[in-house]
Ligand binder design. Structure first.
Ligand code: T1G
Ligand code: NAD
Length: 699
């Protein structure tokens, strides 16, 4: 039963808030706290109150599941509890453990005193859900911590540890040893000292740096372009300085309500639950055995092998690195070393730590030396016959029970399983993204035969590596890269039809993408996909439209940043794209050859043309069960391709527009172009008035 209990310890009434797992303020909980507070007030033997959380002691704030639903009529709210505490003549000591976040911290800020165990984290993470704190945090925190510190915490949403919070004046004491006993002892001291028991609201906020608001505003214009919540947080904190307390509270509430109703907040709340749903994989549970992965080996020390080796070293897991080309291996090791040295120079890690990590990477000169590794990842060139050869060699080299994974971007991992028939349960795809040591996304490719144990083991490993794992089925390009094809196709068509690389990139960064597609192509290198297109040329349907723009750039040796020129040109040593008239001329020439009349294309059309193919292919991927749920696709695009988190991911964004409208546009485009056939699932949902969120293949 969720609620709150009251026990007496001498003159101290201990109220324990109990709503597993994180004591969120779900309907009913504030009412229960109010009732216990009233009992404590009425009990003459109680002189002070300790307010704490049950279980691990966390108070994670408002119940995020209740947002967007009406609060039950007549049911008290967190703000009623806060008002009651501030009216209380008996001092209330908030007793913090675990995470005290959002409304949890706001409740504590309204108390007369705050004590915490050393490992406690406190923060106002609301901005990450698309709104500012809504129960007085923006008014009370500046009065306790000072304006600058409060502003930084509220705008960033990042929690801080108890020692730092005590230093800032947010906490009155950090308690080592038994927290409840320490809190009761603290309350007894306050009883002995007697009034006044000051409240945060009675203080005046202190501002040291009068430029902090202007400077933060400027930073947000750059960093949080398109978003409302960070600026809303700033406005609220500013009100703490310019308005009397109660007016500041009213202003905070008005801004909070406006933000809560926004598409931005719906998107961010969707992502919060998507990040938790993605960890749930059918057939994998707590009872599934997990094989320990204490050592790994990587075959192929190119771009990916090197990055993946670094991931393991960063997680403290010994890793062997092999390449058939000795020079490639040397280059990889030198590259790894120089990257760690760079991080030491920038103060990111200590020199000794860097040496430990470098020491975890052991070069090996033959594939046989992968023996003994718990996991082997193949990262050789993207060629099926080569990968098959490597898998045959791994079959004889690996220990029984070792997990064997391919880092392939597109190829059929089930075919690789057939190479090692006695190891069917132990093989899967582990699709890291480049640069592997930086990108959070890891697509885990579930082959038809991978055992639950293998899957559970790599999911546990992903967590150790700090990766967000998304389980995907086998198909060409899995979730992310399969969707990417339509995106890059439309970029090339738009170029021919009249948009410049700058116009395309600005339209998409304006939408919120981390980078524009032309700049991304220049960064990744245009030659890889060019080679692939040449190799697959015989498979192309000649009746379908094909754009030669990218091929022609490559024919000029324009492979992107690495050659100083691609869709843009680059000054030596610079990564800043500079528009290049030569490219404009080349595109105009290609368009003329294809008989295309070029025109001016607006940003909205660019965004639709580039992003609707993602939605359409995403619908197919969902329909085929390649992704378990639409929100998994959202996680892939947010973490692997720079899709704006505050738009909720590709599929949520489409749901938000409305699938009938998206379908209508795609169907219209399909009349003029042959690449736009609406996906059956999209057509069906559009007709039914449904949404992608309703489709859950994991249920
Ligand atoms: N509401 C509802 N459910 C929550 C929740 C919350 N606030 N926090 C966690 N859960 C669920 C979560 O969905 C999961 O459920 C389980 O608890 C364990 O979480 C008025 C309006 C606390 C650091 O933003 O950051 O207060 O998936 O897997 O890794 O201004 O959860 O098992 O079914 O994440 O140990 C502000 C959000 C709310 C905190 C724990 N608060 N939570 O991390 O476990 S807005 C937040 C977290 C607010 C006021 C406003 C983390 C955590 P399930 P978990 P964890
Ligand atoms: P790369 O060309 O940089 O490196 C491949 C390495 O494999 C080379 O050093 C080569 O010498 C080595 N190699 C070739 N045959 C070998 C053999 N028989 N035994 C041992 N080593 C051998 O390629 P990459 O970009 O690192 O890609 C590797 C794999 O990862 C490919 O399957 C690719 O599709 C995939 N991938 C690449 C990216 C990316 O952005 N580069 C992203 C995700 C996945």
């Amino acid at each position: 039963m969720s609620g709150a209990s009251l026990e007496r310890e001498g003159a101290v009434g201990v109220i324990t808030i109990d709503n597993p797992p994180v004591n969120a303020m779900s309907p009913g909980v504030p009412g229960a706290i109010l009732a216990r507070l009233a009992e404590a007030q009425a009990d003459d033997a109680v002189a002070a109150v300790v307010l704490r959380g049950a279980g691990k002691g966390a108070l994670a704030g408002a119940d995020i599941r209740s947002f967007g639903k009406p609060w039950p009529e007549g049911e008290p709210t967190l703000r009623d509890v806060i008002a009651a505490i501030e009216r209380s003549a008996k001092p209330v000591v908030a007793t913090l453990a675990g995470y005290w976040l959002g409304g949890g911290l706001e409740l504590a800020l309204s108390c007369h005193y705050r004590v915490a165990s050393r490992k406690t984290q406190v923060g106002q993470p609301e901005v990450a859900l698309g709104f500012p704190p809504g129960a007085g945090g923006t008014q009370r925190l500046p009065r306790l911590a000072g304006v600058e510190a409060a502003l930084a915490m509220i705008v960033s949403g990042k929690p801080i540890g108890a020692p730092e919070a005590a230093e800032k004046g947010i906490l009155d004491r950090v308690i080592d040893g038994d927290l409840r006993e320490g809190a009761v002892a603290f309350a007894e001291e306050r009883i002995a000292a007697g009034p006044p028991h000051a409240l945060a609201r009675e203080r005046t906020p202190e501002l040291m740096d009068p430029d902090v608001f202007a400077a933060t505003r400027k930073r947000l214009e750059r960093r949080a372009r398109g978003q409302r919540a960070p600026a809303a947080c700033l406005e609220c904190v500013e009100a703490a300085l310019t308005l009397p307390f109660d007016e500041g509270i009213r202003k905070e509430r008005a801004i909070f309500e406006e933000c809560m109703a926004s598409a931005e907040s719906r998107a961010l709340r969707h992502v919060f639950f998507a990040e938790r749903a993605v960890r749930k994989v059918p057939g994998i549970g707590k009872e599934t055995p997990v094989r320990p992965i204490e050592s790994a080996a990587i075959v192929g020390a190119g771009t990916m092998g090197r990055g993946i080796a670094t991931c393991f070293a960063n997680a403290g897991i010994p890793v062997r690195l092999m390449d058939s080309d000795g020079q490639a291996l040397e280059r990889a090791l030198a590259g790894i070393r120089s990257e760690y040295e760079g991080r030491v120079k920038r103060g990111r890690i200590g020199a000794a730590d860097a040496e430990v990590r470098i020491g975890l990477i052991e070069p090996i000169d033959t594939l046989e030396k992968v023996a003994g590794a718990d996991l082997v990842i193949e990262a050789v060139f993207e060629e099926m016959p080569l990968k098959e050869e490597v898998f045959r060699a791994l079959d004889s080299a690996c220990d029984a029970g070792a997990i064997i994974a391919s880092n392939t971007s597109y190829l059929d991992v089930n075919r690789l399983v057939d190479i090692v028939p006695s190891r069917r349960g132990d093989v899967l795809g582990l699709h890291f993204f480049s640069p592997a040591q930086v990108m959070r996304l890891l697509e885990v490719i579930r082959t038809d035969s991978a055992s639950p144990e293998t899957l559970a083991s790599v999911l546990a490993l992903a967590k150790r590596l700090g990766k967000t794992a998304v389980v995907a089925g086998v198909c060409h390009g899995f979730i992310g890269n399969r969707m990417l094809e339509g995106y890059t196709r439309e970029v090339r068509f738009l170029l021919e039809e009249g948009a410049s690389p700058v116009e395309i990139d600005s339209a998409l960064t304006g939408f919120g993408m981390a980078m524009g597609p032309c700049a991304v192509a220049d960064l990744a290198g245009l030659d890889v996909s060019w080679r692939k297109r040449k190799a697959d040329a015989h498979l192309r349907d000649p009746s379908k439209r094909y754009s030669a723009v990218a091929d022609r750039l490559c024919e000029l040796g324009r492979f992107g940043q690495k050659t100083g020129a691609g869709y843009y040109r680059y000054e030596p040593g610079s990564r800043t794209p500079v528009p290049d008239p030569e490219v404009d001329a080349l595109i105009a020439e290609v368009a003329a050859e294809s008989g295309i009349n070029r025109r001016t294309i607006g940003a909205d059309e660019i965004v639709e043309r580039c992003l609707y193919p993602l939605v359409n292919e995403g619908a197919r991927i969902l329909d085929e069960g390649i992704a378990l749920r639409a929100s998994d696709i959202d996680i892939v695009w947010i973490n692997g391709y720079g899709f704006p988190r505050w738009r909720g991911g590709v599929m949520h964004w489409a749901d938000e527009i409305g699938l009938a409208a998206v379908h209508g546009t795609i169907a219209r485009l399909d009349e003029n172009q042959d690449h736009w056939e609406p996906a059956p699932l999209l057509s069906r949902l559009a007709a039914e008035g449904g949404s992608f969120a309703d489709v859950d293949r994991a249920a």
